[in-house]
Design a binder for this molecule. Structure first.
Ligand code: SF4
Ligand code: FES
Length: 233
């Protein structure tokens, strides 16, 4: 196996050629914050929380997609990096409900983020979508990490039921033509719920339990799923 050696925060590390900076940092014992990156989906470098400084590079590099180079010298924390991460976190917290995003709440503290800096800005407040017996979609909590779209597509299920919809600030995860989930190619595998880091996608049972629903009501509301499970076995 071909290897390369580089320096991360002053620590020399040797990794396989073709490794990302994130993987190299992990090997060096350095923690780089991530949001859109997930080990079981392909990285797209969307959120930019993982940016690092590579000596000689003119721009910050997203560690989850940028490849480590031989003899690179990399800093994962600096005043500039912290300011970028803090601003991303503040903008997220000022537009999206992060109450069920524990990792992001922790990062807000780590980076001394002050979301109130953007007070008065527009918030994303779409209605909760409850259109099927398996899961609910609460896009007021969506951090646009794209993971759900990827597992629904080439990363796992090949169902292609969801994608980006809208433009600019109004961009959101959506079904084609805004159709209700049962009218799409969704096979209700639940993988999108499993990878969602923010509570935007949630099992219907969990949602109903949180609302204090009684067992009979939960059974009735999720009955289609139970029936279809029985049919498959
Ligand atoms: S619904 Fe969840 S998994 Fe999908 S983009 Fe939003 S936060 Fe990410
Ligand atoms: S974690 Fe690297 S760009 Fe989102």
């Amino acid at each position: 196996m071909e290897t390369i050696a580089l320096e991360i925060d002053g620590k020399r590390v040797t990794v396989a050629s073709g490794s990302t900076i994130l993987a190299a940092a992990e090997k060096a014992g350095t923690d780089i914050p991530v949001l859109c990156y997930f080990e079981h989906t392909s990285s797209k470098g969307l959120c930019r929380l993982c940016v690092v400084e590579v000596e000689g590079a003119t721009t910050m590099q997203p560690a989850c997609v940028a490849l480590a180079q031989n003899d690179s010298i990399i800093q994962t924390r600096s005043e500039n990096i912290d300011r970028i991460r803090r601003t991303i976190l503040e903008m997220l917290a000022s537009t999206v409900d992060l109450s069920e995003s524990p990792d992001l709440l922790e990062m807000l503290l780590d980076y001394d983020a002050v979301p109130e800096r953007f007070q008065g800005g527009k918030q994303l407040l779409p209605d909760l979508i409850d259109d099927n017996p398996v899961f609910i979609r609460d896009y007021a909590k969506c951090v646009m990490c794209w993971r759900c779209v990827q597992v629904c597509a080439e990363d796992a299920q090949y169902a292609f039921a969801i994608n980006f919809g809208g433009r600019g600030f109004e961009t959101s995860i959506a079904t084609f033509f805004g159709k209700a989930m049962p009218e799409t190619t969704c096979v209700f595998c639940g993988q999108c719920v499993g990878v969602c880091p923010s509570g935007a996608l949630k099992a219907k049972t969990e949602h109903l339990l949180e609302l204090g629903a009684l067992p009979e009501e939960i059974f009735s509301e999720t009955r289609m799923r139970r029936k279809s499970k029985r049919r498959r076995t």
